[in-house]
Design a protein around this ligand. Structure first.
Ligand SMILES: C[S@@+](CC[C@H](N)C(=O)[O-])C[C@H]1O[C@@H](n2cnc3c(N)ncnc32)[C@H](O)[C@@H]1O
Length: 309
């Protein structure tokens, strides 16, 4: 079966789960089941839950995972909403490989690429908010906020102004037209396409990507299992910061006010430990075959087992 997406950091992901106890493996971003199929092959003591908000990805993965159908259940929805409702327990391994898939990016009609004739960018094609509404209906202040906060675009004010000016003449109907507007503000010739950061910002807004990550981390903070390992792959600093900070909080033993003269909390508040201090990144070999892996960072965290280890 030809797959439209190469799983990133596959060996590192498999390795991170090498010592998990029997239970469920939850893949929160199933995509094309690249990671899931290898996990199912490698770890026969684990059953599988696959979550995705994209119908196309779910249909493809259902077929790909047919040989494992007795061990696998798939759910449509966003991981932050599905996770707290799962009845399967215990989840001992959990993976999220954030962001969009290569197929979503490459399929022109999904509206993620700079040359798309549509303006969509929804991972879930039935979701109410698309890039069209963001670009054509948001106020200048809202556009400035998302370009600045989610895109870290330096000339975010100018860019928002250019969008407002263009849409005053006629609605902006395609990603192609939008990327032409970006070129009028950000000159081509830099390391990345002039529209890259603006598209990132709009995609994050449309799919509530950072809110979803926070929701996933909140769900794990509220409910996790003894010995559960969580492996999270991020693709830009906004995502990585959320994960890094939460793992830091979870591994901090002392919760006293930093100004306090001495510790009174008992210093036993850590709920687990990160598997490595620094995030894992792609090897030279992987970078050669999959350029998309260049910005991937994997952080893994193990929740304490019953024995406290
Ligand atoms: C990078 S791809 C995952 C690829 C997968 N690991 C593989 O090897 O085939 C990300 C997938 O997660 C889905 N996704 C992203 N955010 C999501 C969310 N908040 N809830 C559910 N699915 C999400 C996307 O629709 C996409 O199919």
């Amino acid at each position: 079966m030809q797959t439209p997406h190469i799983p990133v950091l596959l060996n590192e992901v498999l390795e991170s789960f090498s010592a998990v106890p029997e239970g469920y493996f939850a893949d929160c971003t199933l995509g094309y089941a690249g990671h899931s199929s290898e996990m199912l092959k490698a770890y026969s003591h684990l059953k599988h839950i696959g979550i995705d908000r994209d119908d196309e990805a779910l249909a493809f993965s259902k077929e790909r995972l047919a040989p494992f159908s007795e061990r696998s259940t798939l759910y449509k929805g966003t991981f932050a909403t599905v996770l707290p409702t799962l009845v399967e327990a215990p989840v001992t391994a959990l993976l999220a490989d954030f962001g969009v898939s290569s197929l979503q990016l490459d399929k022109k009609e999904r509206g993620f690429s700079f040359t798309s004739e549509t303006l969509d960018m929804r991972m879930d094609a039935s979701a109410p908010l698309s890039a069209y509404e963001v670009v054509n209906d948001y106020s200048q202040a809202q556009l400035e906020y998302i370009f600045d906060t989610y895109g870290e675009v330096r000339s975010y004010r100018k860019l928002a102004g250019a969008v407002i000016q263009a849409r005053a003449k006629e609605p902006i109907r395609s990603a192609k037209a939008l990327s032409e507007i970006a070129k009028t503000v950000i000159p081509p010739g830099g390391k990345i396409h002039p529209a890259t950061l603006m598209f990132q910002a709009i995609r994050i807004e449309v799919n509530n990507e950072l809110g979803e990550i926070e929701g996933l981390l909140d769900a794990l903070e509220a409910t996790h299992y003894a010995g559960e390992v969580v492996s999270l792959i991020t693709f830009h600093s906004l995502e990585d910061r959320l994960v890094k900070n939460r793992f830091k909080k979870w591994s901090t033993a002392c919760i006293c006010d930093p100004q306090a003269m001495r510790c009174t909390c008992g210093k036993n508040h850590a709920i687990g430990k990160a598997l490595s201090k620094k995030p894992l990144t792609a090897s030279k070999e992987e970078l050669k075959i999959n350029p998309r892996s260049r910005s991937a960072k994997l952080r893994s965290f193990r929740f304490k087992s019953d024995s406290g280890a």
